[in-house]
Design a protein around this ligand. Sequence first.
Ligand SMILES: *[C@@H]1O[C@H](CO)[C@@H](O)[C@H](O)[C@H]1NC(C)=O
Ligand SMILES: *[C@@H]1O[C@H](CO)[C@@H](O)[C@H](O)[C@H]1NC(C)=O
Ligand SMILES: *[C@@H]1O[C@H](CO)[C@@H](O)[C@H](O)[C@H]1NC(C)=O
Length: 317
Amino acid sequence: MDSRLSLSLSLCFLLSSVLPLAHSAHQLLGPKKTQESVLALTNGVSSAPFDPTRVTQISWRPRAFIYEGFLTDAECDHLINLAKDNLEKSMVADNESGESVESEVRTSSGMFLGKAQDEVVAGIESRIAAWTFLPEENGEAIQILHYEHGQKYEPHFDYFYDKVNRELGGHRVATVLMYLSQVKRGGETVFPDAEAKDDQPKDDNWSDCAKNGYSVKPNKGDALLFFSLLPNATTDPLSLHASCPVIEGEKWSATKWIHVRSFERSWKQAIRECTDENENCAQWAAAGECENNPSYMVGYEDVLGFCRKSCKVCSSK
Ligand SMILES: *[C@@H]1O[C@H](CO)[C@@H](O)[C@H](O)[C@H]1NC(C)=O
Ligand SMILES: *[C@@H]1O[C@H](CO)[C@@H](O)[C@H](O)[C@H]1NC(C)=O
Ligand SMILES: *[C@@H]1O[C@H](CO)[C@@H](O)[C@H](O)[C@H]1NC(C)=O
């Protein structure tokens, strides 16, 4: 644990060097209250304070940080409520085509929220942007995931191998993983190849899976930020990570993936293009698949389907 560095010290230096600026910004924005160093947000949606003194750097290879109490209990419960009646089996992106496919590698269920779908979600998204220093438009919509007993996501990267996904806003540069429930046992996030994996002492409260790397316990309200790209913009193989099987209790989490370019603009371009991504689209559409299998054919929320041309839905958004 002594290898952990608290960011607060460096932030104190940072803040004291820009104090006159920070001070006038505070007056301008009229924050609710301040104690210690609390950065204010410029877009008015969120009133929740962003407090960098709660951030701990846990690893440089890969670059990973924990923010304790990033979400309030009420925010966690709200996100779960938005998702719980709309869960579908989680998919993975096919390495070559980029299509969403089912896989035993990932056994959770989940759903995508809409971007800024309500005030709470919008507030969380602007806090994520402030914490990561990455603009909101580079983010995908938040995905809520649910893992029951034994469910997991085996080691994987958040960057893509396929061309289709990479063209949408470029690589994923960073991921913010928010833990929405208190898992009794298991369900840790593990980085099997993290450089610091042998420096983390683990008692029997960690699952065996978690002992295979540097691990983070899924504590309700905490958020984990890690980077999939190195500072020189190449992919970081040490960002390999997994969700350990839940042993006791259930795990809810919320993920925000952030790309190197605007994700919103990419979608708008894709919408303008109006294409079929599979040669069988016309045939499937004629057979009624646009109605019977809309999440694949047409898409939902911010996620485009693969047969939008044949389903004639291109001008609807
Ligand atoms: C995708 O390709 C990469 C690199 O070739 C490989 O390491 C990875 O295991 C593949 N993933 C899947 C799900 O096939
Ligand atoms: C495991 O957690 C429990 C409850 O949080 C605690 O009482 C116990 O001391 C912990 N076990 C170890 C080995 O630290
Ligand atoms: C990027 O950084 C990594 C790690 O420092 C290094 O191994 C790699 O060679 C660099 N790649 C380029 C293209 O600079």
